[in-house]
Design a protein around this ligand. Structure first.
Ligand code: FAD
Ligand code: AMP
Length: 478
């Protein structure tokens, strides 16, 4: 194996592995350095997303939703279940099997595309050289015309609540419990905290989420966030805002959590504690001083719009650079960088970035919120459609939530779509496509949506943004 490549990618999460595959597709000799070890200490591709993030969390969210429906939801449908048994270790091993299959799949794709996987830790040296320190500490040197850094992120740890065995855990630890905690505290009511809190709540845990901020999901459209807060509360997720955790201590198999709210200082005794206070860029060991790659004030690798760092030919993508920490954002940056290296014109449309919270109901959005449009002084009209008025949602027995479409009154273009409800993550796709194609509400109005489907709610909300929804009373007629 020659030690020189057209491109060396460091990190094989959804940003890095996608970049590597696209580079290889475009005819570049490509290597990808990855050091991840899975539970059995076996090297694995896929990064956070496949190993301890998107995929395992969704595997548990799906399984626990079925369990919850079987216990609480089927009776309304005329189905009485008895003797329902929960096998948590089996649920966890199903999740592990899905992870193994998907990470193995990336390995297969690397082979199929002729990408060399250099197992170990990559460090960028001067003059686009990369040192790879193998798992047994043996160093090897490589060189490349271009380097793509995709080293991702890791959970932020709170020194006041240090992780301890399986009792005080981060998001990765909360995917591994073999039994249901009686009482669970989650620090941080952000996306990860809500998803993991939901998993264990559905299985019967008493769940308290402590959130320092005074607003709930501030990045979400306020009407949707309010609906979500109310719905999650009804499910038994005890979300306490303006509540700052100040410390924790483990006593035997219990944890005492200390926190402050407007009434003063308090303590809570719980069985498990999840620290879900966000993620930080991971740059440990990847940049030598001689590489000369600059970080920004937040510790992220500084890049321009093309994801190029201050050193020509060295790029950075995914969670390690500015922008939302989302798998698909990193993947799109990977494609863009690969295409730019090969001389094509390529860009990422950050204005049309889908976001999803995979709770039940799901929350999904793209584009601007009403609050942002008001702040920007945009002349817009909102159209909403509740799932309670959707025939398909009624048939499914899942009628909570709504769709909101925001329309530019001047251009008739869609400025944002906000959904809380069944299959919101899948429904969002059509709004993302519409915005990417610059569709007008008129275009959407003319688009036929199958009946009876949940997607009719998207259609109706768009019509409602023009005062002409059919299945609800409109605020304004055309
Ligand atoms: P990562 O996936 O973090 O991959 C970076 C890789 O680089 C790792 O494999 C690491 O081992 C490797 N690496 C680091 N340094 C070196 C080095 N020096 N040498 C070699 N290798 C190195 N996002 C979504 O879009 N949807 C979701 O549903 C979702 N759910 C999530 C749920 C949880 C519980 C968590 C924790 C995250 C979730 N995310 C989700 C976020 C998503 O996982 C990240 O945004 C995504 O993984 C970032 O991709 P990345 O390739 O930039 O980095
Ligand atoms: P996210 O960044 O979406 O993963 O959310 C993490 C959340 O954790 C943020 O909303 C923070 O406000 C919250 N958070 C951070 N530190 C604390 C703390 N000490 N106590 C309670 N909440 C916190």
């Amino acid at each position: 194996m020659s030690n020189h490549y057209d491109v060396i990618v460091i990190g094989a999460g959804p940003a890095g592995y996608v970049a590597a595959i696209r580079c290889a597709q475009l005819g570049m000799k490509t290597a990808c350095v990855e050091k991840w070890l899975n539970k059995g200490d076996k090297p694995a591709l896929g990064g956070t997303c496949l190993n301890v993030g998107c995929i395992p969390s969704k595997a548990l969210l799906e399984a626990t939703e079925f369990y919850h429906s079987a216990v609480h939801g089927f009776e309304d449908l005329g189905i009485t279940c008895s003797d329902i048994k929960l096998d948590v270790p089996k649920m966890i091993s199903r999740k592990d099997k899905i992870v193994a299959e998907l990470t193995g799949g990336i390995e297969g794709l690397f082979k199929a595309n002729g990408i060399d996987w250099l197992v170990g830790t990559g460090t960028v040296l001067a003059d686009k050289k990369v040192r790879v320190t193998a798992l047994d500490d043996t160093p090897s040197n490589y060189s490349a015309n271009n380097i793509i850094i995709a080293t991702g992120s890791v959970p932020i740890d709170l020194p006041i609540t240090p992780l301890e065995s399986d009792v005080v855990v981060d998001s990765s630890g909360a995917l591994e419990w073999q039994s249901v905690p009686g009482k669970l505290c989650v620090i941080g009511a952000g996306i990860i905290g809500l998803e993991l809190g939901s998993v264990w709540r559905r299985l019967g845990s008493e769940v308290v989420l402590l959130e320092a901020m005074d607003s709930f999901l501030p990045m979400v459209d306020a009407q949707v966030a309010k609906d979500a807060m109310r719905t999650f509360g009804k499910q038994g997720l005890d979300i306490r805002l303006s509540t700052r955790v100040t410390g924790s201590s483990v006593n035997g198999d219990k944890v005492t959590v200390r926190y402050q709210d407007s009434d003063g200082d308090h303590e809570m005794l719980v069985d498990k504690l999840i620290v879900a206070v966000g993620r930080r860029a991971y740059v440990h060991g990847v940049l030598s001083d001689e590489a000369g790659v600059e970080l920004d004030e937040r510790g992220l690798i500084h890049v321009n719009d093309s994801c190029e760092t201050n050193v020509p030919g060295i790029y950075a993508i995914g969670d390690v650079v500015r922008g939302p920490m989302l798998a698909h954002k990193g993947s799109e940056e990977g494609v863009m960088v690969a295409e730019r290296i090969s001389g094509e014109t390529s860009s990422v449309n950050y204005d049309v970035m889908p976001n999803v919270i995979y709770t039940h109901p799901e929350v999904a959005w793209v584009g601007k919120t009403e609050e942002q449009l008001k702040a920007d002084g945009v002349d817009y009209q909102a159209g909403t459609f509740p799932f309670a008025a959707s025939g398909r949602a009624k048939a499914k027995g899942d009628v909570g939530g709504l769709v909101k479409i925001l329309r530019d009154k001047k251009t008739d273009r869609m400025l944002g779509a906000h959904i809380i409800g069944p299959s919101a993550s899948e429904l969002l796709g059509q709004s993302v496509l519409a915005m990417e194609f610059d569709a007008t509400i008129e275009d959407i109005a003319h688009t036929i949506h199958a009946h009876p489907t949940l997607s009719e709610a998207m259609h109706e909300a768009a019509l409602s943004a023009d005062g002409r929804a059919i299945h609800i009373a409109n605020r304004k007629r055309r």
